[in-house]
Design a protein around this ligand. Structure first.
Ligand code: NIG
Ligand code: FE
Length: 418
């Protein structure tokens, strides 16, 4: 029982499972006049139709006419905050009138306002919200997404968010990877170090006991968690089996990137204010520099993560949406690629690898997904475009026509199936 996808104008993918540094990040593999065979949820063959070997050919039971589409790997969105309730469009409007994100947070808005709405929501409501966002993600080409807690900020509500992610995983078209971000902020009712101790002594052990998260994240920022507090939380998470990820150097340089590298974190994220020392630390490590340009764009900032410096120094870079109601209300990895190229001066090839294989690498899934390669899971996007350049060149529209995850169509003709 195999599916043959034919009539593709191009296949474009990073090669292999290993991360690409420096000039190697530009090396994309492209195939012309080629087909893809999908069997048992995985890629069974990529290449000219005439060269399919007989053992594979005999199993083909279905034929799909891609009508000139370009095939790319499903996007891997390795940084999102999707289990939230409520929106913050009124704050957004205040920002348009000149107030800053920090002003709004200081007046009781910001993360605190989403915490109120998320605490008031049931696990079922949160799970439905995650599924709804995952469907949008799928229509925009994402097949794997990380999802963080961090709007509960007490034991029960953090567990509720993580359980909502787990429950959503049953019906989500997107593969979900959970992260415990209890250290997203201090809860409104407790701004003391006791909260850090509760995260370490109560929340992390419960999350680990229920196997609710693969990763543990901390928002290290002036006025939020210090580097020392972040270090303590991340070490506790690692002892409990959760690999660190770090919100680092987003609004100011707090030396978060070098902490992430020193802990061998899976990723250091945001990095708009990363120092040269932070860049050098990431370049010398396997910690992925995860850049979130939609956040800079949405905060109307001129400051983007220094993609060129990071790449040229040899860091492994990825791209993600940061989808959240305050600083990046989008599920679209296409706009992220457009900002990465047009604002951060990455090439289209670099940004495609950063949005696919390198996200998979930081989620510890690069052997399974992130590229179109025999043996990997068939997570595939067919674009209504003659070449992968159109991902950036033809901007501001959704080019995604069909999406397969684990070899099954989840989007067809632009419509979500299910
Ligand atoms: O990644 N940096 C902190 N957390 C989010 C914003 C959360 C919010 O405003 O609700 C971020 O930008
Ligand atoms: Fe974030």
């Amino acid at each position: 029982m195999a599916l043959l996808i034919r009539n593709l104008s191009q296949i474009a993918t990073p090669a292999g499972s290993a991360p690409k540094r420096g000039r190697k990040l530009r090396e994309l593999v492209t195939y012309e006049k080629s087909v893809i065979v999908v069997r048992e949820g995985r890629f069974a063959y990529i290449g000219p139709e005439n060269d399919i070997d007989d053992a594979v050919r005999e199993t083909i039971t279905e034929d799909f006419d891609a009508r000139g589409a370009t095939a790319i790997p499903g996007f891997i969105d390795s940084h999102t905050h999707i289990p939230f309730a409520g929106y913050r469009e009124s704050e957004f409007n205040r920002r348009l009138s000149g107030e800053t994100y920090s002003d709004i947070a200081a007046s009781g808005g910001g993360i605190a306002s989403t915490v109120r709405a998320t605490r008031a929501a049931s696990e079922e409501e949160l799970s439905a919200n995650v599924v709804t966002r995952a469907r949008t993600m799928a229509r925009y080409g994402t097949t794997t997404a990380e999802a963080k807690s961090g709007y509960g900020l007490n034991l029960e509500d953090e567990l509720k968010q993580l359980r909502a992610i787990r429950a959503a995983g049953e019906t989500s078209p997107v593969r979900l990877v959970p992260t415990c971000l209890a250290a997203h902020d201090f809860p409104p009712e407790d701004k003391s170090n006791a909260w850090v101790e509760r995260i370490i002594d109560e929340i992390i052990p419960r999350v680990a006991a229920e196997k609710l998260a693969v990763f543990c994240d901390v928002f290290i920022e002036r006025g939020v968690f210090t580097r020392e507090q972040g270090d303590a939380v991340l070490r506790a998470g690692a002892r409990a089996g959760m690999t660190p990820r770090v919100h680092a150097d987003e609004l100011s340089d707090t030396d978060g990137a070098s902490l992430a590298a020193s802990l061998d974190a899976a990723s250091a994220d945001h990095l708009m204010h990363i120092s040269d020392a932070g860049i050098a630390a990431l370049a010398a490590s396997n910690t992925v520099a995860n850049m979130l340009p939609a956040t800079s764009f949405f905060l109307m900032s001129d400051r983007y993560a220094p993609a060129r410096k990071l790449i040229d120094a040899g860091a492994v870079v990825s791209l993600s949406t940061d989808c959240n109601p305050g600083t990046s209300m989008t599920e679209s990895m296409q706009i992220v690629m457009q900002l990465a190229t047009l604002q951060m001066k990455m090439t289209v090839e670099e940004s495609l690898t950063a949005a696919t294989l390198h996200g998979a690498y930081s989620l510890r899934l690069a052997n399974e997904t992130g590229s179109i390669e025999t043996g990997k899971r068939a997570d595939l996007v067919l674009l209504d475009a003659p070449s992968y350049f159109h991902l950036v060149y033809h901007f501001g529209v959704n080019l995604v026509r069909d999406v397969l995850r684990d070899g099954r169509f989840v989007v067809r003709g632009g419509m979500y199936l299910g």
